[in-house]
Design a protein around this ligand. Structure first.
Ligand SMILES: NC(=O)c1ccc[n+]([C@@H]2O[C@H](COP(=O)([O-])OP(=O)(O)OC[C@H]3O[C@@H](n4cnc5c(N)ncnc54)[C@H](OP(=O)(O)O)[C@@H]3O)[C@@H](O)[C@H]2O)c1
Length: 308
């Protein structure tokens, strides 16, 4: 009897064609992942983009019986609910949720406004949390599911001019860690894919605030931060050997693992920082990172009233 049951179970598992939902597929990692999943016929796939980028994504993919392109602005609750209801209607729900959409502000804390902070958090934290809340009931009901949140090295350590971005990824990391416990009894796994620097043009997509905007020619107390951090990040991205396509492949590997880990550092620098952070006390790590920043000890000297 037992072998028969095993065969029956195996057959059922083979017939299972998980429904994958990926957010933010108009460029970078999301687009690379969408292209990869277009070829992976073992999945039913929903790739999404904001209305403004939808035509671009539709130029790459034709809807078919297992692959569809849909609009989604992750910051809009109405959008999230409408999309999820449609998926529920056609395919029953989402089995693998990939929260990839994200934006990154480049600004010192003093130059952020409340509105800027809200948009940063709405995209990188509230949006993914909203998607998770929608997807979880189906995953619990079916006793399986995977949530993959694209985080960042910025969710492990923070750098100047990236405070708000880091805060959003730290928030995502914190909630994901709690979710690891909360989803465990139901057969649902959660993974934080943590890329570091990626060889891509994504730095062109960074958001600036009114005061951090490069077209203002950066002057004042924080100008050295912008003048040094912007080219530094671009340089590191250009030097990186990891492309969005390589990250996409790693995401697919995570999708295929029965028990993926909570943390998946996805680039060489991410692996190094992952261990540095764990092995070195913070009070040692911070001065090392400070020293690695280009000429940081001389930044803002002309504006400093620091008392000795
Ligand atoms: N590039 C890196 O070095 C790096 C490093 C670590 C982590 N990451 C993370 O990796 C993820 C993907 O980034 P990427 O490098 O591929 O950047 P990207 O090329 O700028 O892609 C970001 C995607 O998110 C979408 N998006 C932005 N706001 C959205 C919203 N409100 N609703 C729906 N989609 C939205 C963008 O679509 P639109 O066309 O609509 O703007 C775009 O498709 C992000 O979570 C990012 O934080 C990137």
């Amino acid at each position: 009897m037992k072998p028969l049951l095993y065969l029956f179970k195996r057959k059922k598992a083979q017939n299972f064609q998980p429904v994958v939902l990926v957010t933010g597929c108009s460029s970078g990692i999301g687009l690379a992942l969408a292209k990869l999943l277009y070829e992976h016929t073992e999945y039913r796939v929903v790739v999404t983009a904001r209305e403004k980028s939808l035509d671009k994504v539709r130029n790459y993919f034709l809807d078919n019986e297992r692959f569809i392109v849909r609009p989604l602005d992750v910051t809009s609750e109405a959008d999230r609910i409408r999309l999820y209801n449609e998926i529920k209607k056609i395919w029953g729900g989402v089995d693998i949720l990939i929260n990839n959409a994200g934006v990154s502000y480049r600004s010192v804390v003093e130059h952020m406004t409340e509105k800027d902070e809200e948009l940063q958090m709405a995209t990188n934290y509230f949006g993914p949390m909203g998607m998770i809340r929608l997807a979880l009931p189906h995953m619990r009901d079916t006793g399986r599911g995977k949530i993959i949140n694209i985080s960042s090295v910025s969710g492990m350590l923070a750098m100047p001019t990236m405070a708000s971005y880091s805060a959003s990824k730290y928030a995502l990391e914190g909630a994901s860690e709690a979710l690891w416990y909360e989803t465990r009894p139901f057969g649902v796994t959660i993974t934080l894919v943590q890329p570091g620097f990626i060889h891509s043009n994504s730095f062109r997509n960074v958001y600036h605030t009114e005061l951090s905007d490069p077209t203002r020619n950066w002057s004042g107390p924080y100008s050295d931060f912008y003048k040094n951090m912007t080219p530094f990040v671009e340089r590191m991205m250009n030097l990186s050997l990891t492309t969005p396509e390589k990250i996409a492949k790693q995401v697919v590997k995570v999708m295929k693992k029965e028990n993926p880990p909570l943390w998946h550092p996805a680039t060489l620098d991410a692996v190094l920082f992952y261990y540095f952070r764990r092995l070195l006390p913070r009070r040692v790590l911070l001065p090392i990172l400070y020293w690695l920043l280009p000429n940081a000890k001389n930044w803002s000297k002309d504006y400093s009233h620091r008392r000795r």
